[in-house]
Design a protein around this ligand. Structure first.
Ligand code: DMJ
Length: 460
């Protein structure tokens, strides 16, 4: 009897959804800096000079056999923004003296642009270190041959030493996610060729939209023909949309403004979908539609698509941004941590890994920035707690091979330092660290200034 009364007394408390309290901003700043150092110090100890640290075996890993300092370059502006000045100085000097792009290797133009070119420029703008800009200019020159296709849309791979190219089958993201970095390089070096090449690639892609304004998901840059007809905002398409919007914001380019407006209108008409849940409530998602007819072809959504509330918020569409972020949160909490891909009509996971991705956190940060609604910091606390609970290893943080079993995998991509920890810090510790009216983040979370001048000249 006593047990039953106790159960009844506890019922109201049990009915309240369990949420982790959000500590103060200074407390979160300390915690997130500690998490950063936990991973960085192990990278420094076991993999210094290499692209990445394997977080379970503590082995170094290089993407192309020869290091391009992916982690040190990608991580540098996060260290600066969170106030790890000693580590940032050491890292910057190492990059200045050890990073060389004079290597006979084929690299992915997209990845090297968003991670390295973007990071060298943002770190240059934050520090004024001219060697970082010289490295960016050298890298930009070596990447330019990628654009020498019959259509002007870039090949997938380019050899950094010889300029040889390969890979003609690609996707919208790899073509249309270059203008922020190449455009900033033009502003910083006064060489218009970078802007012109990347802008032409974006426009060539845009010009291949269907009569109803949709894009496919695979395309050949030699023929200019679509090889995949699925319109969506998932990986492979995602950041093309992001860069039309942000190139308008960063450069005031009205062509990009028009392209964004027309593209997002088509997405909202054909790709967006409101579904009714089992409990009668509704959820808002972006799925898949046929490029030419607009007919719905799928209901897949994933960790990469979770960037879209950030873009909607930045564009001023807070209504759709809020509704989609609620779905983002549902996707994360349904599994305790976010799977790579789900079918939102069944809420089953289609690809169960968690790659330490930032996009859900990024969107919560933008929504908090523009609305100051505390629910987005609460979401951030949920994200932070589950990453620490499931991904932290004795030496760093590991991706998960399954959000169902929470089994860890021996991978820690450089975007964990560049994006995941940075957006956690901005959301939970210092939301006003960056003025989003004067700064645009590239898709790898590297902040680029609207006026493209160094904001600090304190160099030695
Ligand atoms: C990053 O390299 C970038 O955010 C890119 O736009 C998508 N994939 C990863 C993070 O998930």
């Amino acid at each position: 009897m006593f047990k039953f009364v106790l159960f009844l007394l506890l019922l109201p408390a049990l009915a309240i959804p369990q949420t982790t309290p959000v500590p103060s901003q200074p407390e979160m700043a300390t915690q997130i800096r500690e998490q950063f150092l936990h991973a960085w110090n192990s990278y420094r100890q076991y993999a210094w000079g290499h692209d990445e640290l394997r977080p379970l075996t503590n082995q170094p890993f290089d993407w192309y056999g020869s290091s391009l300092l992916m982690t040190p370059v990608d991580a540098l502006d996060t260290m600066i923004l969170v106030g790890l000045n000693q580590q940032a100085d050491e890292d910057r000097r190492y990059i200045d003296t050890h990073l060389s792009f004079d290597k006979d290797i084929y690299v992915k133009n997209f990845e090297i642009t968003i991670r390295l070119l973007g990071a060298l420029q943002s770190s240059y703008e934050l520090t004024g270190d001219p060697l970082l800009l010289a490295l960016a200019d050298d890298l930009g020159t070596r990447l330019l041959p990628a654009f020498n296709s019959p259509t002007g849309m870039p090949y997938v791979n380019v050899n950094l030493k010889t300029g040889a190219v390969r890979g003609e089958d690609t996707n919208p993201a790899e073509i249309g996610t270059l203008l922020l970095e190449f455009g900033t390089l033009s502003k910083l070096t006064h060489k218009p060729i970078y802007y012109d090449k990347a802008k032409r690639a974006m426009v060539e892609l845009y010009n291949r939209r269907s009569a109803i304004g949709l894009f496919g998901d695979e395309i050949n840059v030699r023929t200019g023909q679509w090889t995949g007809n699925t319109a969506n905002i998932n990986g492979g398409s995602d950041s093309f949309y992001e860069y039309m919007l942000k190139a308008w914001k960063l450069f005031g380019d009205e062509d990009c403004h028009r392209m964004w407006e027309q593209s997002v209108a088509a997405l909202n008409q054909y790709v967006a979908q409101t579904v009714t849940n089992a409990d009668g409530t509704t959820s808002f998602w972006y799925g898949e539609a046929d490029r030419t007819t607009g007919a719905r072809t799928g209901t897949e959504y994933g960790a990469l698509a979770a960037f879209f509330p950030a873009e909607l918020a930045l564009s001023g569409d807070l209504d759709r941004a809020r509704r989609l972020q609620d779905s983002n949160y549902k996707m994360w909490t349904a599994f305790g941590i976010e799977p790579e891909l789900i079918d939102y009509s069944t809420m089953k996971d289609l690809s169960p890994g968690y790659e330490l991705r930032p996009e859900n956190i990024e969107s919560a940060y933008y929504l908090y920035y523009f609305t100051r609604d505390p629910k987005y910091r609460q979401m951030g606390m949920t994200f932070y707690s589950s990453i620490v609970q499931y991904c932290r290893t004795p030496s760093a943080f590991a991706a998960l091979s399954s959000v169902e079993t929470k089994a860890q995998r021996d991978d820690m991509e450089s975007f964990f330092f560049a994006e995941t920890l940075k957006y956690l810090y901005l959301l939970l510790a210092d939301p006003d660290r960056i003025d989003l009216h004067k700064t645009v983040f590239n898709t790898e979370a590297h902040p680029l200034n609207l006026d493209a001048r160094p904001i600090s000249g304190n160099m030695n």
